[in-house]
Design a protein around this ligand. Structure first.
Ligand SMILES: Nc1ncnc2c1ncn2[C@@H]1O[C@H](COP(=O)(O)OP(=O)(O)OP(=O)(O)O)[C@@H](O)[C@H]1O
Ligand SMILES: [Mg+2]
Length: 404
C-alpha cells in the first residue's frame, strides 16, 4: 500500500511539474495539499478495488448458489406441496350383513361404507357361488369400522379363502379394488409408483397400486406379501397408517382418502415359516407387522365346506361332497404333520368337484370311461404329488370312496 501511495504521490507531483527532490524545498501547505490529493486518489482507487472485489465475491457466490441450486434441483421437487389428494367419488351406503353376505344374522346388523362406487371399472365381478363365512366377515367388518385402522393382514393356509374374501366383499359392496401379487424381487416403488418410459421417449411417473388406491379412496390388496423382502415391505410403514406421504421421486405429497384401506395376505403370520411348508416366505419387519389389524383364517368347518361344494357342484350327490371334505381334512392333517408334500385346499376341492361333475356329465353314456371322481382327483391334486405320495393319496382315497 505504501508503494501505491508513493507511486500516486509521484504521479501527482509529476502532473504539477515537480519531482520528489522539490519536496524538501516546497512550502509545507503546498506539500500537504499534494499529499491530500494523492491520499484521495489512493482512497478512490481502494474504494474501486473494494467495490470490484465485492462484485466479484457476489458473482462467485451467485455461481456457487446456482451450482448448489442445480444440484438441489431434484430434491427441490421434493418440496412438501400437497399436489395430490384423494377426491372421494363414492357414496355412503348401508349394507345388511344378512343380505349382502348371506349370513345368518338379523337384517338389522349393518355396516356403512362411504366409498360405494359400483360403476367404477375396478369393482370386481361377484361370484354368485361364493360362500361367506361369518367369522371371516366379522373380522373384515370390524376392521372396516375401526377408526384409525388402515391396514389389515390376513394369513392362513393356501386356498382357505383369504384373497377371495376381500375380492368378493369389494364386489358385493361396490368398492374399487386394486390387486397386486407380491414376489421376492418386488421393491417399494412398484407399490408406491415408478418412472416409466412414455411414447415420446421421456419418463413419466406412474402411481403404483397403493398410491392409486390412496388417491381413489378405495382398497388395495397385496397378495403373498410375506414373499417380499422385509425392507421393501417396511417402505410402506407410513402408508399403512393412512397418513399422508411424500413420493421421493416427484416430491408430491399424497393425501389418502378417508376410506383408503390396504389388505395384505400371506401364508405365515409374518414371523417366518417355522414349518418349512411355505417356501420363499420371509420373516417380516416387526414394526411393519405391528401396524396391522391381523386375522388368521383357517379352512372352513366341514359343514360350510360341504355348502361351498354344493354351490359349485349342485348335481353331485351330497354324500360325495361330504366324503370329499372328510378326505380333504385327512390330507390336510398329513400335510401339516409332514407326511405328504401336497395339501387339499378349498381351492383344490372346488376344482375337484367341478371337474368330477364335468366328467360325470360328459361320460354319462360312455362305456369303459374312467371313474370320474378319481380321474378328476388326479387332475386336481394327484398329479402334483410325487409318485409315492400319489400312491399314498390313492390309498386314502380308496378308504373314503372305495365303498361307493
Ligand atoms: N368361502 C368360499 N366360497 C367359495 N369358494 C371358496 C371359498 N373359499 C375359497 N374358495 C375357493 O378357493 C379358491 C381360493 O381361495 P383364495 O384365493 O381366497 O385362497 P387364499 O387363502 O388366498 O390362498 P393362497 O394363500 O394360496 O393365496 C377361490 O378362488 C374359490 O374357488
Ligand atoms: Mg391368496
Amino acid at each position: 500500500m505504501k508503494t501505491t501511495f508513493n507511486q500516486i504521490f509521484s504521479n501527482v507531483l509529476e502532473l504539477k511539474g515537480k519531482t520528489l527532490t522539490d519536496v524538501a524545498t516546497m512550502p509545507q501547505r503546498t506539500l500537504q495539499a499534494l499529499r491530500r490529493e494523492a491520499a484521495a486518489q489512493v482512497m478512490a482507487k481502494l474504494s474501486t478495488i473494494r467495490t470490484l472485489r465485492i462484485e466479484q465475491e457476489k458473482k462467485a457466490l451467485e455461481i456457487q448458489a446456482a451450482k448448489v441450486g442445480m444440484s438441489k434441483k431434484k430434491p427441490s421437487t421434493v418440496e412438501l406441496e400437497p399436489t395430490k389428494s384423494a377426491k372421494p367419488k363414492g357414496q355412503a351406503k348401508k349394507f345388511s350383513l344378512a343380505e349382502t353376505f348371506g349370513l345368518n344374522v338379523p337384517k338389522s346388523v349393518t355396516i356403512t361404507l362411504n366409498n360405494h362406487n359400483p360403476k367404477h371399472p375396478l369393482v370386481p365381478k361377484a361370484d354368485p357361488n361364493y360362500v361367506f363365512r361369518s367369522s371371516n366377515v366379522s373380522d373384515l367388518c370390524t376392521f372396516l369400522q375401526l377408526e384409525g385402522e388402515t391396514f389389515m393382514y390376513v394369513y392362513g393356509p393356501t386356498g382357505c379363502g383369504k384373497s377371495s374374501l376381500i375380492i368378493e366383499a369389494a364386489a358385493r359392496m361396490g368398492i374399487p379394488l386394486y390387486v397386486v401379487t407380491g414376489h421376492s424381487r418386488m421393491e417399494t416403488p412398484e407399490l408406491i409408483g415408478t418412472y416409466k418410459l412414455n411414447k415420446d421417449g421421456g419418463m413419466d411417473w406412474i402411481p403404483g397400486p397403493v398410491t392409486a388406491a390412496a388417491l381413489e379412496d378405495c382398497w388395495v390388496l397385496i397378495d403373498e406379501i410375506d414373499l417380499l423382502d422385509p425392507a421393501a415391505v417396511a417402505g410402506l410403514n407410513g402408508v399403512t397408517e393412512g397418513r399422508s406421504y411424500v413420493v421421493p421421486e416427484t416430491g408430491e405429497l399424497i393425501v389418502p382418502g378417508p376410506n383408503f384401506r390396504i389388505f395384505a395376505t400371506g401364508n405365515t403370520s409374518g414371523a417366518g415359516d417355522k414349518t418349512g411348508l411355505y417356501q420363499g416366505t420371509l420373516q417380516q419387519n416387526l414394526a411393519f407387522m405391528d401396524r396391522a389389524f391381523t386375522a388368521e383364517f383357517a379352512y372352513p368347518d366341514a359343514d360350510v365346506e360341504v355348502g361351498i361344494l354344493e354351490k359349485v357342484a349342485p348335481t353331485m350327490l351330497q354324500e360325495f361332497r361330504e366324503r370329499m371334505v372328510k378326505f380333504a381334512n385327512e390330507i390336510r392333517e398329513q400335510f401339516i404333520n409332514g407326511q405328504i408334500e401336497v395339501t387339499l385346499s378349498t381351492r383344490t376341492l372346488v376344482r375337484w368337484a367341478r371337474t368330477a361333475s364335468f366328467y360325470k356329465a360328459a361320460w354319462a353314456n360312455a362305456k369303459g370311461a374312467p371313474e370320474p371322481m378319481l380321474h378328476a382327483f388326479d387332475r386336481s391334486l394327484g398329479f402334483r404329488a410325487e409318485k409315492e405320495s400319489r400312491q399314498a393319496l390313492h390309498e386314502v382315497y380308496q378308504r373314503h370312496f372305495g365303498t361307493i
